[in-house]
Design a protein around this ligand. Structure first.
Ligand SMILES: [Zn+2]
Ligand SMILES: [Zn+2]
Length: 275
């Protein structure tokens, strides 16, 4: 089946339409309904005029609602983070375009869309809780090139891309006391447990020759060391339950090594289809 992947901008538009209570347009069933009616028109069971009238009156409603609407605080069904504000401990709420602390004299907040990609609620939570997240996929550069990246909260609590050239991260790490958990899928170097991540030895210190790293927490799910060992050895983990994704729903997935050595998700049904 063909899968449609809505862009972050499309989600914003849907939010706006929902805020304007133009629910008809933001429901996927609608297009199904339209397709059905178009077929009925072909069969002569439904007349073209009534169909066009329906569309016309809906368009009118949207235009009227959009015109009446002003400002950039679009009301909607927004979430809030479980993790408190890193500055003041206040409640961090989602709005149309931002996550921000609701405390009046606190200025903590960040854009929902960064690099053409929108944070899921669970991702925003993970970012604030761990002060970093990623690598996340699906960013787009201004030139339209896709990239994945880690994000972090800076010391000033600003959300920033982290391309791994942090000062405090530049210290050489001594792994001599540690046993490697496996071989780096990118450069065959040894991978070690380090802080909140499992990282290739060549992705530490000043002179980095590799970019391999995977988080100990992915979408709110602790990733056991045994699973990372299996991932590095066999290219795939066991089916891991309880990742928390879009709108806070749990889902199961395998973590897999992609051809470029990055870690990605693979879903159960997809595996079955392949066979
Ligand atoms: Zn705050
Ligand atoms: Zn490596």
């Amino acid at each position: 089946m063909r899968e449609l992947i809505p862009t972050a901008q499309a989600f914003s538009l849907i939010t706006l339409l929902m805020a304007l209570e133009v629910d008809a347009l933001s429901r996927p069933e609608l297009t199904g309904d339209w397709e059905f009616k178009l077929k009925e028109i072909e069969r002569g069971n439904f007349d073209r005029e009534s169909f066009m009238n329906e569309i016309r009156s809906m368009t009118d409603r949207i235009v009227t609602a959009a015109k009446a609407y002003d400002g950039d605080t679009v009301p909607g069904d927004y979430g809030k983070l479980e993790t408190g504000c890193p500055k003041c401990g206040g409640l961090v709420k989602e709005t149309y375009k931002r996550f921000h602390c609701e405390v009046d004299d606190c200025d903590f907040g960040f854009w929902k869309i960064m690099g053409g990609r929108q944070f899921e609620l669970a991702e925003a939570d993970e970012l604030v809780a761990n002060r970093r997240i990623g690598p996340l996929e699906g960013f787009r550069s201004k030139m339209g090139r896709a990239f994945s990246a880690e994000l972090k909260l800076s010391d000033e609590h600003k959300v920033e891309f982290d391309f791994g050239n942090d000062d405090d991260d530049e210290e050489e790490v001594d792994f001599s006391e540690q046993e490697s958990i496996g071989e780096c899928p990118k450069c065959k170097g040894p991978v070690y447990e380090h802080g909140r991540t499992f990282v290739c030895e060549k992705n530490t210190g000043k002179d980095r020759k590799c970019s391999f790293r995977t988080g100990k927490v992915i979408l709110k799910r602790d990733i056991e060391k045994e699973q990372v060992v299996k991932l590095l050895k066999e290219g795939k983990t066991d089916l891991i339950p309880n990742f928390i994704s879009k709108r806070g729903r749990p889902f199961k997935a395998f973590l897999v090594l992609k051809s470029n050595g990055d870690v990605g998700f693979e879903f159960e049904s997809k595996t079955k289809d392949k066979k």
